[in-house]
Design a protein around this ligand. Structure first.
Ligand SMILES: Nc1ncnc2c1ncn2[C@@H]1O[C@H](COP(=O)(O)OP(=O)(O)OP(=O)(O)O)[C@@H](O)[C@H]1O
Ligand SMILES: [Mg+2]
Length: 248
């Protein structure tokens, strides 16, 4: 793979908190426009990895490069969707989606066209002027996802964003995130405990071990979209990954 196709390069990343070794010499790449899922047991260091990417914390050793330069939220456009919906309660759906674009001082025409596109893709027209307290949790999470994609991020980080949702809403939002990913060409790193979700979403799944986390395996998912969870090939890939996590 030519280096111009690589968006994120993780080189020998190690993180200790005091004596506690959490990430143990992790190396992998994420390609431009790729949708990668990371699965790993509770407490193995997934959120720690995202916190390193956004420079909330510094590595003990090793490095993370975005477009060949050290990851830096002041230089790179990194968006984050957390497990708990985190729309700004004092802003409407539309204002939440505009928020980052205004901070980036985009022109009003650019903001309008981008916000209209995202609202259209998310089917949020009727909720443009609604506040988070007037929405269901899943609706609020859609607004947060819209806010994240609106920035055309270099990298979109999603940390178990659908953990709290029922299965129907989860399927719906999974399709939505795929639609937005295709429409924007963003590179997405999505963390989940749910293997079916990982196979449904990802082009590649990275499987982490127990703490101290290493990458135990990776699995390419070269299934056409839309995917079906009951398709034979889908079931086979999910089973392969299930076999790989038996050491958890
Ligand atoms: N700031 C910190 N100081 C000390 N230890 C920490 C800190 N942050 C995380 N840890 C420890 O590092 C390990 C990994 O935590 P992390 O939150 O990254 O796991 P995770 O894989 O995201 O887990 P989960 O699946 O439950 O979200 C845990 O043992 C945690 O207690
Ligand atoms: Mg976590």
């Amino acid at each position: 793979m030519a280096s111009k196709d690589i968006k994120v390069q993780v080189n020998h990343l190690t993180k200790k908190f005091g004596d506690l070794l959490v990430l143990d010499d992790i190396s992998f790449n994420i390609n431009k426009g790729e949708f990668v899922c990371i699965v790993g047991p509770t407490g193995c260091g997934k959120t720690t990895f995202l916190n390193l990417l956004t420079r909330l914390i510094e590595p003990t050793s090793g490095e993370i490069l975005i477009d060949g330069k050290p990851a830096d939220p002041h230089v790179h456009n990194i968006s984050f969707v957390f497990q708990e919906p985190s729309a700004f309660p004092w802003l409407t759906a539309q204002q939440n989606i505009e928020y980052g674009l205004k901070i980036k001082k985009k022109s009003s025409e650019e903001i309008k066209s981008q916000v209209d596109k995202i609202i259209g893709l998310l089917g949020l027209e009727k909720f443009r002027n609604a506040y988070p307290h007037e929405m269901s949790v899943s609706m609020e999470q859609r607004v947060v996802i819209g806010r994240a994609f609106a920035l055309n991020p270099d990298l979109l980080l999603m940390d178990e964003p659908y953990g709290q949702m029922d299965i129907k809403m989860r399927y719906y939002l999974e399709d939505e995130v795929i639609r937005l990913w295709k429409a924007t060409g963003s590179t997405v790193l999505f963390i989940t405990h749910n293997l079916e979700e990982a196979v449904y979403l990802a082009e590649r799944v990275l499987i982490l071990s127990n703490k101290p986390a290493k990458i135990k395996a990776e699995k390419k998912v070269d299934l056409p979209r839309p995917r079906s969870v009951s398709d034979d090939k889908f079931v086979e890939i999910r089973k392969d990954i299930t076999d790989m996590i038996k050491w958890w």
